[in-house]
Structure formats: C-alpha cells, structure tokens
Design a binder for this molecule. Structure first.
Ligand SMILES: [Zn+2]
Length: 169
C-alpha cells in the first residue's frame, strides 16, 4: 500500500525516531509499504518518519527497483565507520523541488538489523554512503537542509514558507 510522504514542516521529520523492538507483521507491512512508496515516488531511499511513523526503519535502493533484490532494509541502524569526504547534490522526497550540495563522508559502514531482527552490516561508498547518511539523518530528526550553511538553508526555508502560505506545499 502506498503511504503519503510527509513534507518539511511536519513535526515527525524533526523528531528522533524510536528503536524497533518488535519484528512482527505490522513492521513487515510498514517496510513493504515503504519500499512500494519509495519506488512510486520515485526515490532511492525512504525513512519511516517520512511516512509519519516515528520508528528507526529505512529502505534504500539505488536502482529504484529496476533490478530485483537490491533493496536494503535497515532497522535501528548505527554507524560503525565513517571516513573521507564527498560533495554532491542531494534532494529529499520530503523537500520536493529543492536540491543542494551537501558534505558527506565518502565511505561508511553501518550496522543494523533486517526485517526479522537479524544483524546486518552494510558498507557504502559514494552514492550508497550518501544515501545511508541521508536516511540515518532522518532517523535522528534531521533533514539535509540542516547540513547546509545558515544562509543557504534560510533561503530554502523561506521559499517553502511562501509556498505553504500560497497552499502549494
Ligand atoms: Zn530524505
């Protein structure tokens, strides 16, 4: 089932998500819905707070579902390694229409659990490293806008406020 994606301004996007403790049907349904919603958007990553659920769950698929079996599901993820630096343009399904260059680590290693609670370790370099950092930021209540310099961030936030007042956000 597709779930609506919440946008910048919703409190759930600014609130740290809670760890998952129960690996039940409700969690599996949430994960399946998130994957479907990410592909439909389309996007390469989605975090549970973006569908209004304050849990530490995210999904990533750099192929947007074009190749089977490439989706990464992470529950309660945390960094175990972070190194190097990359500067690339980044966007977010919760901040549609805006992109900015965001500094990120070039390589990360993330430890987390899969949908059944089994431990998984994911190494990401380049785009995958960026996606992992972007989604884990969501789970900590942060958007890519929060990683921009103040002036750049303020400019985008002002535009969003204007759009919201006009009923276009
Ligand atoms: Zn995002």
């Amino acid at each position: 089932m597709l779930r609506p994606i919440v946008k910048h301004g919703e409190k759930v996007l600014q609130t740290p998500a809670l760890p998952v403790t129960t690996f039940d049907d409700a969690l599996h349904t949430l994960i399946d819905d998130m994957i479907q919603t990410m592909y439909a958007a389309p996007g390469i990553g989605l975090a549970a707070p973006q569908v209004g659920v304050p849990l530490q769950v995210c999904v990533i698929d750099l192929t947007v579902g074009k190749r089977g079996g490439e989706v990464i599901t992470l529950v309660n993820p945390e960094f175990v390694e972070r190194e190097g630096m990359q500067l690339e343009e980044e966007g977010c399904l919760s901040v549609p229409g805006f992109q900015a260059t965001v500094p990120r680590a070039q390589r990360v290693v993330v430890k987390g659990l899969d949908r059944d609670g089994r431990e998984v370790v994911v190494e990401g370099i380049g785009l995958l490293a960026r996606a992992l950092q972007h989604e884990i930021d969501h789970l900590n209540g942060r958007l890519f806008l929060d990683r921009l310099r103040g002036l750049q961030r303020d400019l985008i936030v002002r535009k969003i406020r204007k759009m919201r007042r006009a009923g276009r956000w």
